[in-house]
Design a protein around this ligand. Structure first.
Ligand code: ATP
Length: 359
């Protein structure tokens, strides 16, 4: 993506003790978060968890029941929507069909009577690599191009914060993946603060510096994508970001390095620094790609967990990998991805297998 002369720095966003109650329903409960200036922050969660409500509070389209919203250190809680230096890109691009692309982008600048609206609009169109299509109307563009016009229109007046509400939701999968990378590059080029709302975990992982996983109006966990994937603190986060095999069992042994749980009569160990509790029942999560399948029982070496035998009850091929579903009596159905296969494509439904993974 071209780097133009467009350089701007975003502002920090702070949400302090935000609550939002609608009549008979609490949508947001005690939300606290700080988004550093210039970062790409994703709010990720299932439908109804409160993502859009959070965005609308920041945009000034809803007022919080309690709490404060600070932008660049200024309290904007009581400011009207149009007074806030914040723009939004929606899933429906909301472009004006009777205007050209250039006029669409210049519209907001003209309304604010800013100098050189067409030159500024052209500069931003160059940034999103659409300057050659400025004379077209929105309906003469592809979905991805329309999305970039919407983005250009939202950044042309240099807001301190850009809100993105499922902005790629209307695109097909291939274009969505391409636009994810483009959006991320543009964000890095212009240095604005982006707050992106999505229910697509892959999208959040690809684009964001920091992800907050929301569940029922609260933030369940916040961190860098890899940290959330590798060290989820709850079963909800483990399952929302990728797939996870979860085992729950009583603690049977604790050492200075590991904690062992009884799963269907077999001992499964996790490093002590990954355990959030060291007694009673605990839940352990294992990612499907960490597991290796074996046709014979493997040695229970130090540092390796072994579970089985189980029976392969489903094999599905997705092009990139093969997914196996293995029923281990007492432990449930486990998902295994094929990368770590020891006997590759020979595994069939009905086969008896053991599973192992490094602790
Ligand atoms: P989605 O991904 O489906 O858009 P979301 O995470 O963005 O979901 P919100 O739109 O923030 O969810 O809604 C959170 C909850 O608040 C939902 O249960 C919703 O029904 C409720 N809600 C939202 N707006 C109102 C309103 N004006 N009055 C009452 N309840 C509302």
């Amino acid at each position: 993506m071209a780097t133009g002369t467009f350089a701007e720095s975003g502002a920090d966003l702070e949400l302090v003790g935000i609550h939002k109650r609608f009549p008979g329903f609490t949508a947001i409960e005690e939300l606290n978060l700080t988004i550093p200036a210039g970062s790409f922050f994703a709010l990720l969660g299932p439908s109804g968890c409160g993502k859009t409500t959070t965005l609308r509070l920041v945009a000034g389209l809803e007022a919080p029941t309690a709490g404060r919203i600070l932008l660049g250190g200024n309290d904007v809680t009581d400011q009207k929507s149009f007074q806030r230096p914040v723009n939004t890109v929606f899933q429906s691009y909301a472009l004006f069909p009777h205007m050209t692309v250039l006029e669409n982008v210049a519209f907001g600048l003209r309304r604010r009577k800013m100098a050189d609206p067409l030159e500024k609009a052209h500069e931003v169109l160059r940034l999103v690599e659409l300057d050659h299509l400025g004379g077209r109307r929105p309906q003469q563009l592809s979905g991805g191009q329309q999305q970039r016009v919407a983005l250009a229109r939202a950044i042309v007046n240099r807001p301190a914060l850009l809100l993105l509400d499922e902005p790629l939701g209307a695109l097909d999968l291939k274009l969505r993946r391409q636009m994810q990378l483009e959006l991320k590059t543009i964000q890095e080029d212009i240095g604005l603060t982006f707050l992106h709302v999505t229910h697509d975990q892959e999208e959040a992982m690809t684009m964001a510096d920091t992800i907050a996983v929301m569940n029922k109006g609260r933030i369940e966990q916040m961190g860098a994508p890899q940290e959330l994937y590798e060290l989820p603190k709850t079963s909800f986060v483990a399952n929302f970001l990728g797939q996870s095999n979860l085992f729950t069992g009583p603690v049977v042994n604790t050492t200075s390095t590991g904690i062992s749980v009884d799963v269907a009569g077999q001992k499964i160990t996790v490093p002590i620094d990954r355990a959030h509790r060291t007694s009673g029942e605990i839940t352990i999560g294992v990612r499907p790609e960490k597991i290796t399948l074996h046709s014979r029982k493997p040695a229970r070496d130090a540092g390796v967990n072994v579970l089985g035998p189980g029976q392969v009850i489903d094999v599905s091929f997705s092009g990139v990998s093969t997914q196996y579903l293995v029923d281990v009596p007492g432990a449930g159905n486990l998902i295994v991805f094929a990368q770590n296969m020891t006997f590759g494509s020979d595994v069939q439904e009905g086969d008896k297998v053991w599973l192992s993974w490094t602790i």
